[in-house]
Every structure is written in C-alpha cells, then in structure tokens.
Design a protein. Sequence first.
Length: 442
Amino acid sequence: MNRPDSNSLARTLLEKLDYDQLTNCMRCGFCLPACPTFKETGLEPESPRGRIALMKAVADGLMEPDDMFRDQMNHCLGCRACEPVCPADVKYGQLIEQARDAIEDHPVHSPPVKGIRKLLFKGIFPHRNRLKSLGRTINFYQTSGLRRLARGTGIMRLIPKPLRDMERILPDATAQGVIEQLGCVHPAKGTPIARVALFRGCIMDVIFAGTNVNTVKLLAEAGFEVVIPPEQTCCGALHAHSGELELARNLARINVKVFKELNVDFVVSNAGGCGALLVEYDHLLHEDEVWKERAAWFASRVVDISKLLVEHGRIPAFADSAATVAEPMIVTYQDSCHLRNVMRSGSVPRQLISQVANVTLQEMKEADRCCGSAGIYNLTQPEMAGKILEHKMANVNGTGARYLLTSNPGCLLQMKLGVELHGRGEPMEVKHVVDFLYERLS
C-alpha cells in the first residue's frame, strides 16, 4: 500500500484545523481526569491536551503526521467530556473532527476497509429504502432459524470478535419504522402545547423502531402534536466522527431543508449521539453562505425528548408495575456522553426517572464516564473499548440496580454487552429511558 506524503497531510491539517482553538488550549490539565483514554493509560498523548499538542506540532511544522499521530487521533472516543471542564472553552470536539477530516483526505485504509466505509457512509446510511432492506435482511436472519444455525455450527467463530459480540446483543430489527407504524402525523392528547418534529435517525429506526414509536406516543401524552417528515435522512454523526465532514454537511443540508419547511416549534431527538450533531448544524454549515442561517434556525430548535418533557410538557403520571411490592425498584442511569457534554441535558432524564412511583434512582460511580461505545469505536478500537466497559460495569454492579437506563442507542447496546460479559449474575435489564417511562404510564 502506498503511504501518503506526510507533507501533504500536514498542509491539509493546517488548512482544516481551527488554529485559534489550538492556541486557546492553556495546557492546564483540567481535561486529564475527564478523559477516559487518559484515565486508562496515564499517557499524555492519550489526553485532549496531548492530542491538541500533537495537532499544533504538526500545524507548526515541528513534527510529521506519522502513523502514531493518526493512531492517536483515531484513539479518541470523541465523548467530549473535556469540554465542560475546560476553563478556556476549547472546542475540542470540533478540532478532533477537523483532524480526522484532514486524515481522510489522505487515507491509508486497506481495500476491504475502504469498501466497507463507502458501503456504509454512502450506500446505506443516507438511503431509507436501503435501510429498510437492511432491517428486513437482519430480521430474516434473526427469525428464520439462520441465527440459531450460525451459532450452533460455530460459523460465528470466523467473524471478528467485536462483530460476534454485537450480533449477540442486537435487538430484533425491522423494516417497519415509526412512519410505517404510526403515520407522519400524531395528534396531541388534550390541548396541544406545541407542534414538534421527530428526528427518527437511520439505524435507530431499524434496530430501535419501538423506541421511536414510544417516543411519539409519550410526546402525544405530554401534549405535543408530532410530525415525522419521511424525507429526512441520516444526521451525519458517524460521518463527522469518522472524518467524512463533507458527507455530513450534505446530509445536514437535506435535513435542514426538510425540517425548515415544516416550521415546527421543536425538533426532537431521542438519541444523544444524533442530537449532539443536530444541535451543531449551525457550526457544521457556518461557512456556507447559502445554508448557515437556515442551519442556525434548525440548531436552535433541536432538543432531547427528556428536556422537552421536563421544560415544556404536561408530564404524565408514571407508576411502576410492581408498585404493590414493599421494596422499591432500584434503577441506575448511564449518561449519554453527547447528551451530557454537548447538549448539556444530563439532569433531565434523572428528573423523569425520579417521578416514577416506587422507583429509586441509585446513581452509579462515574455515571458520566464513557461506556466505550462512541459510535463505532467499540468495533474499530475493541481493546480500549473493552477495558472501559469492564470498569464501567464494576460501577454498574455496585448499584444493585434491576434496570440500567440510558438515552442513546449505542450506549444501550454497549451496556447490554457489558451486562452479558460482566454482570453480577442477577437479573438486570438495559432499557432506553423512553421505553422505561412509556411502559409505566398510568
């Protein structure tokens, strides 16, 4: 494989990196204890401060962007836990995406990896009909006996372990997403408070379509009319995190156009990873004179469902099905990094959980620490993701919880795997907050 010219990559980095943000970093070190990879290794290059120093060294011509540089940029989880604790308000998340974008202009991937990236980022995620076909295919595998056959014959051992792990905990897929099940408009119960649009996501509407359905019904119970535009597409978060920023911008333009035409009061997300990019569409398109004002309109209306319910909704009564039992049900909550660190909405899911009758919310130690999912990080960096997950599960097990709740599909899958690999041996169910609440509507 031909290696790209390091000088060319250095020039691209200098063009794409926000140099003002690089120089804003004061090297104070507040980010170090917040960073999961630094906490695991104790190595300076594994910290936000260290990675920014590497970026600046390359931009200043003091070092070549070699394989070590590429590895460190890709080793970052992108959890952005460093941003809330940064006294200089360094936009680290934007810097790491800019660095990865520059790196992908000079890729070193093997042909199979190139093919997979092209298939996923261009061939599947942006296209609803292809996503439905994917859901139909996965559902056939899960329900036809093929899954049982594959597991029984040992064929799965031929597949890389991260993919085997994902197959074990994958929920039942479907080609019938939220629109197919509920239609494009769902009326509010009682006098409408506001008209909102649901961002249904791409994989979310295939693997977690039930959560989307429960989201709509919960919003309607709380007094919101819900519209779901069928023309919407993938948010672009996985593209942006993987160095495909121009593809992410193209998807953003489609979504901004579709939702702007609806003139809704809010755009509702139920996935922290999606919401974190949606709320930053204004930055993503800030250099586009044609789209930047519309992108700012869109970003200003993006809100997580929990925050919308708490701040604007008529919160319905929630009662646990085991309310007659003397002992309260113990639940714990795992933060979605992007919901907490980017959308700054970490407290509102807890407020809703605490309103369920007969439920005790038991905070786990370091609930705000990344679980290791980070989009597709658990597939591309399985060793580090595995270490982070094992330590996370030690904290989960310490709560004694019957339910482990979260607000992001990637986190949910990762925590399901954690319960299976490192659970304490007692029943523990992993659920999306929306599903947990909807099932307990009085």
